[in-house]
Design a protein around this ligand. Structure first.
Ligand code: WT7
Length: 631
């Protein structure tokens, strides 16, 4: 199935066609897939509710398009090259045919535990082939997977399990992360003290830690799967049946479960994968994301397998055993398309060129960036030292909610410009709005990035709370999907993403809501009140700065107190959200109506000592100086 556009001229024409007649455009793409029954209607929608149905009446199973369709001609082709955390450990490959049988066995195992179409299954696993198998096994039987990044804490896991009422958790005894190990089973056990929906836990042996198994609840992965039949008929799914839930943070409340549906997600991830990376038959693709994030869902699992691609799956981290690991893996598997995050590029940049120059990297054709704005210095370093001045950089802008890449160059077809994501993919009607909600038609202007027409993998709902979906994405600007990002178009119409305009912080490409971190801090017995803001961070893009009013009213900000508050965030969310700085303050700057003035705190976090603009309207203007003096 070749969905690729072949030149930039073609892109322009196809883009125009996709806007003039979206239904015709997307039904031509959809025709390339295997359907159990064709659709009745290509698209029905309104953004008011929102109500979005693509290919309604159609029936399919996404896994038939990922596996079964490849068996006749490419059954022996490698689907994944699995590279372990420890370079000395045993690496393994899996062919499409092996993957198919392993998925069928796992699917039958899930069925044997009573998991049926529509049931939610939580996956809390390391980067292993069994994780991939588990994900696809869910889709095979129509169970809705909810993958929780294995860096999240027990509390965060419990919240997600409860929100989705998951019946089953698939996890591992633990995971390897560089020289460290994380005891996933222990963390799952703690989470499950507060979850009543879970009937079974499947445990993969990964670090040989022989965890305690709870009788009647816990099952060993390989023992369970061993005697299962290696064929499993794919459940018939309606186009709009949910495929998965993935939790993501917003400016308010707890993380919400973004729901994606079967047909639309299938069509868009395959289409965007092939076009953005210009993947050609025989190429080896490597996306370094974790399966716990949307990038892993769309561009490790679904997009590549739908396209019959061969990919690398890496268990470890970029700096273990040393900072040349990524580049050694590129050479080892002769990677052609490499996809990573700016934070990794900046971290590796800081280690110096010795780690790059002992690798050859000449298989690379397209190198990608995702998750946060890539600064010009990192872009140039990536282009010169990794791309050797002859690879295309694709700076891909998208979100958990968009399901697939929205703005990006298309491999070597498109013009590139540092810090610019570029043009919208076919079918993506991106616009910039001013504060009043009017479309900005001129170029070289900054505005709020919105999308004015549905694309197949647009978010369908937030799990269990459709109204929250409407309010978050469709209510600020009538008839538009609002992304939460600010952007600018240059004179040629290329988009540059400026960053979030809401209370979302992007730390190393991971999204956290300030409210969510504050909630975690406020569980600390010493904390009375807190305010969290982002600040520029050389490696992570943004760092987390927490201002905390404590019981001891600022006089006793011992290291212990700060440590304890950091501990509360690690417990509530995970190490990935640990504040870079906790400052104990006597009070928070507030307006007379009691609203925290984050603008001032952001300035203080950036290092400002005295210029705060007009603070006379504050309830407590004196506190500003007191905070700035301490910072
Ligand atoms: C937010 C979405 C999409 C996969 C990873 C993150 C920021 C994402 C870029 C980019 C500038 C980017 C945006 C967006 N973002 N890609 N290429 N340039 N910013 O997914 O966790 O849903 O976060 O990440 O601010 O809104 P996510």
């Amino acid at each position: 199935m070749d969905l690729r556009i072949k030149s930039f001229e073609d892109y322009k024409q196809i883009y125009n066609e996709s806007v003039q007649d979206p239904e015709k455009f997307w039904s031509n793409v959809a025709d390339q897939f295997h359907w159990k029954k064709s659709w009745d209607k290509v698209l029905e929608w309104n953004f008011a509710e929102p109500f979005i149905k693509w290919f309604n009446g159609g029936q399919l199973n996404i896994t038939e398009n990922m596996l079964d369709v490849h068996l006749d001609n490419s059954g022996d082709k490698i689907a994944f090259y699995w590279e372990p955390n420890d370079p000395e450990a045993h690496d393994t490959n899996i062919t499409y045919k092996d993957l198919y049988h392993k998925v069928c066995k796992a699917a039958n195992a899930l069925k044997s535990l009573g998991i049926k179409k529509g049931d939610r299954v939580c996956i809390y696993m390391p980067m292993t082939l069994e994780a991939i198998v588990s994900i696809i096994a869910c889709a095979r039987i129509g169970a809705v997977h909810s993958i929780v990044f294995a860096g999240f804490s027990s509390n965060a896991l419990a919240d997600r399990i409860n929100d989705a009422s998951a019946k089953l958790v698939i996890t591992a005894d633990g995971l390897h992360r560089g020289s460290k190990q994380v005891p996933l089973k222990e963390m799952t056990d703690i989470a499950l003290l507060n979850c009543t929906s879970v009937e079974h836990v499947i445990v993969l042996d990964c670090i040989h830690s022989k965890p305690e198994m709870k009788e009647g609840r816990d099952l060993d992965y390989h023992t369970l799967i061993a005697n299962m039949h290696n064929e499993c008929e794919a459940e018939t799914m309606e186009s709009e049946d949910p495929l998965f839930i993935l939790y993501t943070s917003g400016s308010t409340g707890k993380p919400k479960g973004v729901v994606h549906s079967c047909a639309g997600f299938m069509i868009y991830t395959a289409y965007s994968f092939q076009n953005v990376f210009q993947y050609e038959e025989g190429d080896v693709f490597w996306c370094t994301a974790d399966i716990g994030w949307i990038t892993g869902h769309s561009y490790i699992v679904y997009g590549p397998l739908l396209s019959g691609a061969s990919s690398v799956l890496f268990e470890g981290v970029p700096t273990y055993p040393d900072a040349s690991r990524f580049w050694q893996i590129c050479d080892k598997y002769k990677v052609n398309q490499f996809y990573t995050a700016p934070t990794a590029i900046r971290a590796l940049m800081a280690h110096g060129l010795d780690y790059v120059n002992n690798c050859n990297l000449n298989s690379l054709k397209v190198i990608g960036s995702v998750g946060e704005p890539i600064n010009e210095e990192a872009w140039n370093w990536y282009y010169k030292n990794i791309g050797k001045n002859n690879c295309s950089i694709v700076d891909t802008w998208w979100q958990t909610e968009t399901g697939g890449i929205m703005l990006s160059g298309l491999g070597n077809l498109s013009p590139m410009k540092p810090t610019h994501a570029g043009y919208p993919l076919p079918g993506i009607q991106a616009v910039l709005l001013d504060e009043e909600g009017s479309e900005i038609t001129k170029n070289e202007k900054e505005g709020l990035l919105c999308i004015k027409f549905p694309w197949p993998s647009i978010i369908r709902t937030t799990y269990g709370d459709h109204e929250r979906c409407r309010i978050t994405y469709f209510s600020d600007y009538k008839n538009y999907y609002f992304t939460g990002d600010g952007a600018k178009r240059d004179k040629d119409g290329m988009y540059r993403i400026i960053g979030r305009v809401d209370d979302v912080i992007n730390v190393s490409g991971h999204r956290f809501g300030t409210a969510e971190i504050e909630d975690a801090i406020n569980t600390n017995k010493y904390a009375i009140e807190s305010a969290v803001v982002g600040f520029p961070h050389a490696i992570k893009g943004q760092g987390i700065y927490a201002f905390v009013v404590s019981e001891s009213d600022g006089s006793a900000d011992s290291d212990e107190l700060v440590e304890s508050i950091m501990g509360s965030v690690i417990e509530g969310i995970g190490k990935i959200a640990k504040p870079d700085k906790v400052l104990i303050v006597p009070g928070l700057p507030k307006t007379r109506s009691g609203k925290i003035m984050r603008r001032i705190l952001r300035k203080i976090a950036e290092g400002e000592k005295s210029e705060f603009g007009d603070i006379s309207t504050l309830l407590n203007p004196d506190v500003v100086k007191a905070i700035a003096d301490k910072a």
